[in-house]
Design a protein around this ligand. Structure first.
Ligand SMILES: C[S@@+](CC[C@H](N)C(=O)[O-])C[C@H]1O[C@@H](n2cnc3c(N)ncnc32)[C@H](O)[C@@H]1O
Length: 359
């Protein structure tokens, strides 16, 4: 158990110790939280992941897929990049003109990641690497030298739950993102506010469980910081079965969810209709934007003001034709604030998530 000291510094030191000294590979993890394996990946993503060096893959501790679409040529920041698996995969996907920065606070993790920069540069045939790893805290991105308004996207895989100050993480992410940029991240969420006793368990904190947010809190934090409503991309179960851990967490349930949140311009676009052009590599017939919205190539889709603004201000703009709102009775993007645990139950029963019904 964590000792009396529970300040932010203590929590971060304990996590550094966990990822720097205690874990040597994913086999050392005590729970399934940091080793989920997503399926149904688009071909370019599958290929990029298969190019990653084995040593980097062995030290991958992620809980979801954090590779968004349409990344050619963009600048991406990875919060808590670890041994760099997602950074190297994205290095290939953004191409030589894109750029990836990974930030992590743990020397041992940074050392592994830095060791494989040249390997992946050669593998992808780049003259100069387009990946850089920076030492620093995800709660203090600007202090670590990252410039405001300088990234098109931020990813993070099973890290925000380890932070003792999640609002600071979102606030800093908002600062370094360009307008129209997004945070596309996977994290562990809880179905309740955990009691203090569960919060102080050192191993469960290191395993991304004790620091998990009550899912509703993400929505209020995102709003306070200025982001758009979090849009759920995927959800998977994180069962905690070991009796010694169950004793600590009681009936609390956990899921891993990938959400996307956008930094939007002040001026919002009206609700409109849009047509996807089918030109994003790996998404030629349809673009699954989140669990509720899939754009099929050539189909006219009504979008509410928020999604209309997201598409208009982001890297997706050129991929859509925008038309005035028709006679839509409702947009498929209503009711976004959904309980991922309810959806998890439906997923277990029916095998797939239903899109919210419209009209
Ligand atoms: C569960 S691992 C995930 C690593 C990587 N994203 C992956 O998918 O393999 C968590 C990583 O986040 C880093 N980390 C945790 N809290 C951090 C913080 N407050 N600031 C910077 N890095 C942090 C740890 O050092 C560790 O490398």
């Amino acid at each position: 158990m964590m000792a009396a000291a529970t300040g932010d510094e203590y929590v971060r030191d304990s996590v550094k110790d966990y990822y720097g000294k205690r874990l040597k590979s994913a086999k050392d993890l005590k729970t399934v939280s940091c080793k989920t394996t997503p399926t149904g990946l688009p071909k370019p993503v599958r290929e990029a992941l298969s190019d990653i060096h084995d040593e980097v893959v062995r030290r991958y501790y992620g809980c979801g897929l954090v590779i968004p679409e349409q990344v050619k040529g963009i600048r991406i920041l990875d919060l808590g990049s670890g041994s760099g698996r997602d950074c190297f995969a994205l290095s290939k996907l953004v191409g030589e003109n894109g750029y990836i920065v990974g930030i992590d606070m743990t020397d041992e993790q940074l050392e592994i990641a830095n060791q494989y920069i040249d390997y992946h540069r050669d593998k992808f045939g780049y003259k100069k690497s387009n990946v850089e790893f920076v030492k620093g805290y995800i709660e203090k991105l600007t202090e670590a030298g990252l410039k405001e308004n300088s990234f098109d996207a931020i990813i993070s895989n099973c890290v925000v739950n380890l932070s003792p100050d999640k609002k600071a993480v979102l606030r800093e992410a908002y600062k370094v993102l360009k307008v129209g940029g997004e945070v596309y991240f996977s994290d562990i969420y809880c179905d309740r506010n955990l009691p203090e006793s569960a919060r102080k368990h050192e191993v469960l904190w290191g395993e991304c469980i004790s620091g998990a947010l009550f899912w509703k809190e993400l929505f209020s934090l995102a709003k306070e910081v200025g982001f758009s409503t979090p849009r759920m991309v995927s959800v998977s179960p994180v069962p905690i079965t070991q009796p010694e851990f169950k004793e600590v967490i009681g009936d609390a349930q956990f899921v891993s969810v990938t959400y996307r949140l956008f930094k939007l311009p002040e001026t919002k676009q009206p609700a409109r209709q849009v047509i996807y052009n089918g030109e994003i590599p790996g998404h030629e017939t349809e673009l699954k934007f989140d669990f509720a919205v899939t754009f099929k190539k050539g189909d006219l889709v009504p979008v509410d003001s928020e999604l209309s603004t997201i598409l208009d201000s982001s890297r997706y703009k050129e991929e859509f034709e925008f038309q005035p709102a028709g006679k839509m009775c409702c947009s498929p993007t209503t009711k976004m604030e959904l309980n991922p645990f309810e959806y998890m139950e439906i997923l277990k029963k029916d095998g797939k998530l239903p899109a919210p019904s419209c009209c």
